[in-house]
Ligand binder design. Structure first.
Ligand SMILES: *Cc1c(COP(=O)(O)O)cnc(C)c1O
Ligand SMILES: [Zn+2]
Length: 418
């Protein structure tokens, strides 16, 4: 394990030892999320990025030396991380950019980037000997916890989801054998209930923006992007944002690499929000501090980025501001149109929240937030099969045809295909 120097509160800089606090800063409450900081001097001396390149393990545990679990700790056996980074020349030329890569995190075991956080949280639960792990989720964090939990015999998972979560996501939870509470309310209602019962029952809480291990898990996506680009960071990383935990993790990963001297500079981070769930984008535009963000109603087809009160608001605002990046907002119509367009320009089928990043890239290019000669990594956070109903609404139908060859010729003729 990397030597942990301290857990540091993002609001007040309050410092704690690793075993002193489990979730957020006792002085600053829910807003005081914690950064896990290492002894970077020691890491610089003991680690060698070229040795890492020679490591042929193909999951996120190749970065164990940069993670807050011990080298001997058990981890879930499913292969989380080391997802493909595709160069996407068709997207680059569609937007007039030099180079674009797509990091396809929909290729994770349960189909989203959330596997990275759940994997680390479960490793931590195993270390601590806690068998019940719980989370609230719009769907993906829950699927990640349920699926990876199912791969560990002693772990039981208890999940709180809004009853309106997409059917495929709820099915995934039930198939994995999680105990599922379908909350007749919003994601934020589910979140508050989950926090309260975890505290009451002593269960381990995986909740986003509460458990600092989630950021450390999510940072592995940034470590991979840099390594897959031979230890170069792209100029810009574009990611969709709901609670703000993914973009905070991306930021932490690149920060750690900068502190180690493994990359020369931080990429600018562009966070993409749905117009109907844009607390962070609006706070960024208005120059607000995270403490000034209040809970407000949300409405978007991109359920994974619907958040009434972004739980990782402090880290997310800091990530985007300190990287010199920006937030952009995209409409549901743009998100829906992005699903087939992204797929047809890259072969990557993304769920609405992930396709939002593609729509945001287009918006950012048009707003001159990205220049033509810059390199861009587009983070595709979740698999398109997660929400087939929305995907189906974004495309027109196939061509009905009778089962005979003459009818096929006629149909192809009227479609202009022959
Ligand atoms: C969770 C999620 C996001 C947003 O991540 P936050 O940490 O909530 O900002 C984006 N896309 C997908 C597919 C997700 O599951
Ligand atoms: Zn504090």
């Amino acid at each position: 394990m990397a030597d942990i120097k301290e857990l540091r509160c993002v609001i007040g800089g309050c410092a704690y030892a690793i075993d002193e606090v489990a979730y957020t800063c006792p002085r600053h409450g829910e807003l005081g999320t914690l950064d896990i900081l290492y002894d970077y001097e020691a890491l610089r001396a003991s680690l060698d990025r070229d040795a890492l390149t020679a490591d042929c393990s193909s999951d996120c545990w190749r970065y164990r030396a940069l993670l807050p679990i011990s080298s001997a700790s058990r981890v879930p056996p499913l292969a989380v991380g080391w997802t493909p980074l595709y160069e996407a020349p068709q997207i680059a030329s569609a937007f007039g950019l030099d180079r674009v890569w797509v990091k396809d995190d929909g290729a994770n075991p349960t189909g989203s980037l959330k596997d990275r956080a759940s994997a680390l949280v479960l490793a931590r639960a195993l270390e601590a000997g806690i068998n019940v792990v719980s989370t609230a989720s719009t769907g993906n964090a829950a699927a990640a916890l349920a699926g990876l939990g199912a791969s560990l015999p002693e772990i039981e998972t208890i999940i709180f989801v809004p009853a309106a979560a997409p059917a495929a996501k709820v099915a995934q939870l039930l198939v994995y054998g999680a105990r599922v509470l379908l909350v007749d309310g919003s994601y934020d209602d589910a979140f508050e209930l989950c926090l309260a019962i975890c505290e009451e029952q002593g269960w381990y809480s995986r909740n986003t923006g509460v458990n600092p291990f989630t950021t450390e898990g999510k940072k592995t996506v940034a470590l991979e992007i840099a390594e897959q680009l031979r230890w170069n960071a792209p100029d810009v990383v574009v990611a969709s944002v709901g609670d703000g935990s993914i973009i905070s993790g991306v930021h932490k990963g690149f920060c750690d690499l900068t502190r180690l001297g493994w990359i020369e500079r931080m990429p600018r981070l562009i966070g993409v929000q749905a117009e109907g769930s844009a607390a962070l984008a609006d706070a960024f535009a208005a120059g607000l501090e995270p403490g000034a963000i209040g809970r407000r109603p949300v409405a978007t087809i991109a359920d994974s980025i619907a958040s009434e009160l972004p739980r990782d608001r402090a880290k997310a605002l800091r990530a985007v501001r300190s990287s010199g990046g920006a937030f952009v907002k995209v409409s549901d119509a743009a998100i829906s149109a992005a699903i087939p367009r992204f797929a047809q320009l890259s072969g990557v089928f993304a769920e609405p929240a992930a396709a939002a990043a593609f729509a945001g890239l287009e918006r950012a290019v048009h707003s001159k937030l990205i220049q033509a000669d810059e390199s861009v990594c587009l983070l595709s956070t979740g698999n398109g099969l997660k929400d087939i109903a929305r995907a189906r609404q974004s495309v027109s139908g196939g061509i009905p045809v009778a089962p005979d060859i003459a009818a096929v010729r006629r149909a192809l003729g009227s479609a202009g295909l022959i």
